[in-house]
Design a protein. Structure first.
Length: 151
């Protein structure tokens, strides 16, 4: 999905930060000092909304993005050897993602890691802060892999 496709599909501007809201758990992707693992990257069930929970999609090539944190703009989401974590600085292949719209759902996407070919998902129980993970989508109607982009 290109930036123009992103805007047309979601109705959001790629120039503005969005929150990544998991459809199944209602958690947000956040980078916070409250979570001591994965360099602060987590599926966040807390109530603090702002920079730690807002992300920019920075286009790298036609269909590739880096997902960068609004508060710590050098922080990107990476799938480092199967571990989803925050990464500060550098330019590595595991930091690139593509977005796949979910049919019939407004502003909902699946986020595919370009290096490993696996999708970002929230393995935690609803309302529980925890680590993020990547893996193949198990069934077409599985919603742990679905992320609503909120402006």
């Amino acid at each position: 999905m290109s930036l123009s496709d992103f805007s047309m599909t979601t109705g959001l501007s790629a120039a503005l930060p969005v929150m990544l809201h998991n459809v199944f758990t209602a958690n947000l992707v956040a980078r916070t000092a409250e979570w001591p693992h994965n360099y602060g990257l987590c599926a966040y069930s807390g109530t603090v909304i702002g920079g730690p929970t807002r992300w920019f999609f920075l286009q790298y090539q036609e269909n590739y993005f880096k997902i960068t944190n609004q508060k710590a703009n050098t922080c990107v989401i990476a799938n480092s050897g199967g571990e989803v974590r925050a990464h500060d600085g550098g330019d590595y292949p595991d930091q690139y993602w593509s977005l796949e719209p979910v049919a019939g759902a407004s502003n909902v996407v699946r986020i595919l890691n370009r290096m490993y070919g696996v999708y970002l998902y929230d393995p935690n129980p609803p309302g529980t802060t925890g680590t993020l993970s990547c893996g193949p989508v198990k069934t077409a109607n599985e919603t742990r892999w679905n992320w609503k982009l909120l402006g």
